[in-house]
Design a protein around this ligand. Structure first.
Ligand code: ATP
Length: 443
């Protein structure tokens, strides 16, 4: 039996409903680059806002920054990216396809044969993933800049700025959301792996001897986060890095994995980076990046526990996890069971018919709800069809204004997941929706 959610179905739904389009499509598309449409940008923004609130507002010791994408080139020497941020590239001598050697199926890695055409593969060579460009009119070595391959370094180099200009005290965190760029050898699976993507990272600065405690704390917090945005627990698991996978400076690393239609894959990394980053930037910049603990008068380089998540990858998680099919009035229904806290539209508002003043009444109700929720007003077509469109778009609640509304000031509130309907007083709608969102459980 075909699985409920496949990548083909998802890509086609995303296009049909204005979630995600192929980049530069009218020119034939740019390989593996994607544009977020009207619903896609809302979903992406709402996930980003949810993460930001979760990671800054709900903690009294985490602040945010927004660093520039282009940074001093020495940053990437200090971080090790210039020397080491590379993947092993192999090419097929027959069909010329390129692969990341470490991602080849095991039999191809051992046999050194192309998974596409079976011909010989070249020996692996190191391919640096950073995009390089130049600042200013001269393309010389002095003008080289890189598009950042991760947002984390923007946080490390601002460590002193933040501690000098705010009242944060260790342990504290710095959070950032922003674009990152990697010249990936193989980009595939829709928006899972792209050359331009967005990250949501939080670097937590701690006393060196407290690393085990804070690592466990963040590991626990981060898995709870995914459940809060509605991801089913059965689709999530941890992957602990073995000794052979750990970066040489890292003391521990755990990835959060999600079961995509194409298998289990990483969606976030939680890393104990020790004091490596601040040590490297101290050495390369010549600036003192130690922290003076005012209570104990100790001076030390903080350790860092990093939580590094992909925003665009989380959009894919949300969509894969929400996609479902069932039956409504004898017909197949496609429904996106997005959590109401991240759904692009919270409430669809529909007059049963346009005439007899129902459209005007529905508009007034919709305008009243706009301040509180993202709404969508739709008056054309059969009501069942209008519901179906919003089910497919992931809108969790629908309000229908009918003749009874004129008599007793009530509307029907329809639930996307169960398709149940209840009558609610217009004046109580906003509070009712708020309580529904708070108590939402996917059925
Ligand atoms: P991989 O080994 O799969 O290339 P990585 O382990 O190097 O990835 P990290 O550097 O830990 O990835 O990146 C942190 C997070 O950023 C990832 O968990 C993922 O969510 C996101 N991410 C990394 N690379 C990409 C990409 N090319 N496209 C989309 N998201 C990405």
């Amino acid at each position: 039996m075909e699985p409920v959610v496949t990548m083909d179905k998802l890509v086609s739904l995303c296009k049909r409903r204005g979630y995600i389009y192929q980049s530069s499509e009218i020119y034939g598309g740019l390989s593996s680059a994607w544009d977020y449409g009207p619903l896609g940008v809302e979903l992406k923004n709402r996930i980003a806002q949810f993460w930001w609130k979760e990671m800054t507002q709900l903690h009294d010791n985490i602040v945010g920054i927004d660093a520039a994408i282009m940074m001093h080139p020495r940053v990437w020497e200090a971080s090790g990216h210039v020397a080491n941020f590379s993947d092993p590239l192999v090419e097929c001598k027959g069909c010329k396809m390129r692969f990341r050697e470490d991602q080849l199926p095991e039999e191809n890695r051992i046999s050194k044969k192309c998974p596409n055409c079976g011909k010989d593969l070249t020996e692996p060579r190191k391919f640096n993933l950073m995009f390089k460009t130049h600042i200013g009119p001269l393309e010389d070595a002095a003008s080289i800049v890189y598009l950042r391959p991760e947002t984390a370094q923007g946080i490390y180099v601002n460590f002193k700025n933040v501690t000098n200009t705010t009242r944060v005290k260790i342990p504290f965190g710095i959070a950032q959301i922003g674009k990152a760029f990697r010249n990936e050898i193989t980009t595939k699976n829709f928006i899972f792996r792209t050359c331009e993507f967005e990250q949501m990272e939080m670097q937590y600065f701690i006393r060196p001897n407290e690393d085990a405690k804070w690592f466990d704390y963040w590991k626990n917090e981060r898995i709870k986060y995914y459940e809060k945005i509605g991801v089913r627990a059965a689709k999530l698991q941890f992957h602990e890095h073995g000794k052979d996978e750990l970066a040489f400076y890292a003391r521990r690393a755990v990835d959060v994995y999600y079961e995509f239609p194409f298998g289990w894959n990483e969606i976030e990394g939680i890393h104990n980076r020790t004091d490596y980053d601040l040590q490297q930037h101290t050495e390369y910049s010549g600036k003192d990046l130690t922290w003076l603990d005012e209570e104990t008068k100790e001076r030390f380089l903080p350790f860092i526990i990093e939580t590094s998540a992909g925003l665009t990858r989380q959009v894919l998680v949300a969509l894969c996890d929400a996609y479902d099919e069932d039956e409504a009035q004898g017909e197949k229904r496609v429904v996106l069971r997005l959590h109401p806290s991240i759904a692009p539209v919270t409430v669809g508002v529909f007059p049963l018919v346009k005439k007899d003043g129902l459209a005007e009444l529905a508009r007034t109700i919709e305008l009243g709800l706009r301040e509180d929720y993202p709404t969508f007003y739709d008056e054309s077509g059969a009501i069942g069809r209008r519901y179906r469109r919003q089910d497919e778009a992931g809108t969790p609640y629908g309000i229908t204004i009918d003749y009874q509304t004129k008599e007793d000031d009530t509307v029907t509130l329809r639930f996307r997941d169960s398709m149940e309907q209840v009558r609610v007083k217009v004046g109580e709608l906003s509070a009712r929706i708020r309580s529904e969102i708070k108590n939402y459980k996917r059925s």
